[in-house]
Design a protein around this ligand. Structure first.
Ligand code: NDP
Length: 331
């Protein structure tokens, strides 16, 4: 039998955390034959609720779950973890300025960077979910210099999956037959959902999404806006932000990173830019990636038309500004 893997979830008493931990304990993230030990971190005001989640995990009697650590101590939470899902973050409340939220979150990510760097397993894979996800991940990377930059990522897989979902609904095809959409850039409303390389499996072979939809006006406007604003639409409907889809996408992100992407298909991940596609190096930016042997690589050589170029640049500009704002909060 395999040794259990320790998986950290921060903000585990929150609503994404509540959806995420049972998925991890069921093997959705690391596979049905991989035992896990869950490390759940939250802040002292949430300690009692966190303990309640721990009780429910015991009550669910998950065969793969070999232990649960529920704590408000970052060092205890980070010790020995090989996967870290960073969901905890300060929510933007009514009347708060962007800078105030940024300031709270960068200080959280700076201190958690140190705890992870000192106490996590040396090959720990980190996924940041809490917003502003790209910039929180960047701060974590900068303040955990001994964690390889390849190991620090942020979640844009939910946006990617939303794009697959919209195409599948529009064409009335199975979502599993749609592939190779791309989310470029920031996990924010400037993200660019790109279908120019996306295809659908049909009885007569793979066909481009553009050919099948045959409505460029819809693809270039409504589709993009729907994906960009889906988070707000969920809040409006549910009075709470998306949680089950965020949790499910976090599992997809880690599973594909660890176990690999299928031949011929890619996924979107927020990763440290090396300057590919003329995206400024040194940002955490969402790119199309393939994964193999536990490592992602950016898909190279895709053609970028003028329409796309503008959108890639716009979201990069926003990230450059966020980075500057984050640093101004730290100094
Ligand atoms: P959620 O579990 O709903 O969300 C957690 C974070 O994920 C938020 O920053 C949220 O951003 C973000 N997020 C990223 N992508 C998505 C998405 N697609 N849909 C929804 N959320 C997304 O928040 P809760 O308030 O329920 O839980 C947060 C937990 O974090 C609490 O248990 C709290 O105690 C803890 N916390 C920890 C802190 C710390 O570690 N120091 C500080 C503050 C809170 P957004 O807000 O933009 O929706």
């Amino acid at each position: 039998a395999k040794d259990p893997v320790r998986v950290l979830v921060t903000g585990a008493a929150g609503q994404i955390g509540y959806a995420l931990v049972p998925m991890i304990a069921r093997g959705v993230m690391l596979g049905p034959d991989q035992p896990v030990i869950l490390h759940m971190l939250d802040i002292p005001p949430a300690a009692e609720a966190l303990n309640g989640v721990k009780m429910e995990l015991v009550d669910a009697a998950f065969p793969l779950l070999k232990g649960v650590v529920a704590t408000t101590d970052a060092v205890e939470a980070c010790t020995g973890v090989s996967v870290a899902i960073m969901v905890g973050g300060f929510p933007r409340k009514e009347g708060m300025e962007r800078k105030d939220v940024m300031s709270k979150n960068v200080s959280i990510y700076k201190s958690q960077a140190s705890a992870l760097e000192k106490h996590a397993a040396s090959n720990c894979k980190v996924l940041v979910v809490a917003n502003p996800a790209n910039t929180n991940a960047l701060i974590l990377k900068e303040f955990a210099p001994s964690i390889p930059e390849k190991n620090i990522t942020c979640l844009t897989r939910l946006d990617h999956n939303r794009a697959l979902g919209q195409i599948s609904e529009r064409l009335s095809v199975q979502v599993s037959d749609v592939k190779n959409v791309i989310i470029w850039g920031n996990h924010s409303s400037t993200q660019y959902p790109d279908v120019n390389h996306a295809t659908v499996k049909t009885p007569t072979g793979e066909k481009p999404v553009r050919e099948l939809v045959a409505d460029d006006a819809w693809l270039n406007a409504e589709f993009i806006a729907t994906v960009q604003q889906r988070g707000a639409a969920i809040i409006k409907a549910r009075k709470l932000s998306s949680a089950l889809s965020a949790a499910s996408s976090a599992c997809d992100h880690i599973r594909d990173w660890v176990l690999g992407t299928p031949e011929g298909s890619w996924v979107s991940m927020g990763v440290y830019s090396d300057g590919s596609y003329n995206v400024p190096a040194g940002l955490i930016y969402s790119f199309p990636v393939t994964c193999k042997n536990g490592e992602w690589s950016i898909v190279q050589g895709l053609s970028i038309d003028e329409f796309s170029r503008k959108k890639l640049d716009l979201t990069a500009e926003e990230l450059t500004e966020e980075k500057a704002l984050a640093y101004s909060c730290l100094s």
